[in-house]
Design a protein around this ligand. Structure first.
Ligand code: NI
Length: 225
C-alpha cells in the first residue's frame, strides 16, 4: 500500500527545519548504501550522526507520533532516526531496492517494512525529482507539497528522477511495522478507516463496538512486537 499523509509538518515547522539543515554540512549520499545503491546514487545527505540531523529527526518523529493517519497506516513498531537528502544540478538516484535491514543506534537493527519520504520543499521549487515507485500495478510518480509524507512498501523498486532545476530537499526513513505483511496491514488500515467513518456517521453503536473488537483481534493475531 502506498499512502499520501498530508500535513505531517506545518509550513512554519518546514521553514524552521530548512533553516537548520540548509546551514549544516552535507556529504556524498553514498555513505549510507550498499554496493547496488552506490552505483546509481548521486545526491547529498546530512551525516547520520550530525547533531542537526538528529535534532531535526526527533522533531519529525514527534510530529509523526501525534499523527493518527500515520499510525493507522504504518502500525509502527520502531523507526530509524530520519535522514535528510538533497538533489540539484541533475542529481538522481537510479532504480534500486532498499536494504532489508538497517542498523539502529546502540547495536540493534530494524527490518525495513515501510519506506517514508517527507517533502521539505514545494513542487514548484524544482523540476524533475519525482519519486517513482514501481509495483505490480505499474510505476507511480510522487511529488508532494512541503510537509507531506509518502509511505510505501520497502519491498518495491524505486528511483528519484534527475533534478534539472532548483533543489529537492527531503527527509527519509524506514519503519519496522508491528504487522510485517503489506496486504494484512492494508486490510487493517481499511477496516480502521471504515469504522471511524461509521462512528462519525452513526455515533458509537453496538455494531461499531463489535467491528472495533474484530480490528483488535486481527491486530492481536497478526502483530509481532
Ligand atoms: Ni530507496
Amino acid at each position: 500500500m502506498m499512502l499520501h499523509i498530508p500535513n505531517v509538518l506545518t509550513p512554519e515547522q518546514v521553514r524552521a527545519m530548512r533553516a537548520a539543515i540548509d546551514a549544516a554540512d552535507w556529504v556524498d549520499g553514498r555513505a549510507t548504501v550498499g554496493a547496488q545503491g552506490a552505483r546509481v546514487k548521486h545526491n547529498r545527505q546530512l551525516p547520520e550522526n550530525s547533531p542537526v540531523a538528529l535534532e531535526q529527526g526527533r522533531l519529525i518523529q514527534q510530529a509523526l507520533s501525534a499523527h493518527p493517519l500515520y499510525f493507522a497506516a504504518a502500525l509502527p513498531l520502531r523507526a530509524v532516526p530520519p535522514l535528510f537528502n538533497r538533489y540539484a544540478g541533475g542529481e538522481t538516484y537510479g532504480l534500486h531496492v532498499d536494504g532489508a535491514m538497517r542498523p539502529l543506534p546502540h547495536g540493534a537493527a530494524l527490518r525495513t517494512d515501510l519506506s517514508c519520504t517527507l517533502f521539505l520543499c514545494e513542487p514548484e521549487d524544482y523540476e524533475g525529482g519525482e519519486l517513482v515507485v514501481v509495483d505490480t500495478y505499474g510505476a507511480h510518480e510522487v511529488k508532494l507539497p512541503a510537509g507531506d509524507l509518502i509511505l510505501y512498501p520497502s519491498t518495491s523498486l524505486h528511483r528519484v528522477e534527475p533534478v534539472t532545476r532548483g533543489e529537492r530537499v527531503c527527509s527519509f526513513f524506514w519503519v519496522q511495522s508491528m504487522v510485517r505483511d503489506d496486504a494484512r496491514r492494508a486490510m487493517l488500515f481499511e477496516l480502521d478507516q471504515t469504522i471511524q467513518k461509521l462512528r462519525g456517521r452513526l455515533g458509537e453503536t453496538e455494531e461499531t463496538v463489535t467491528l472495533t473488537g474484530q480490528y483488535h483481534n486481527l491486530l492481536r493475531m497478526w502483530s509481532e512486537v
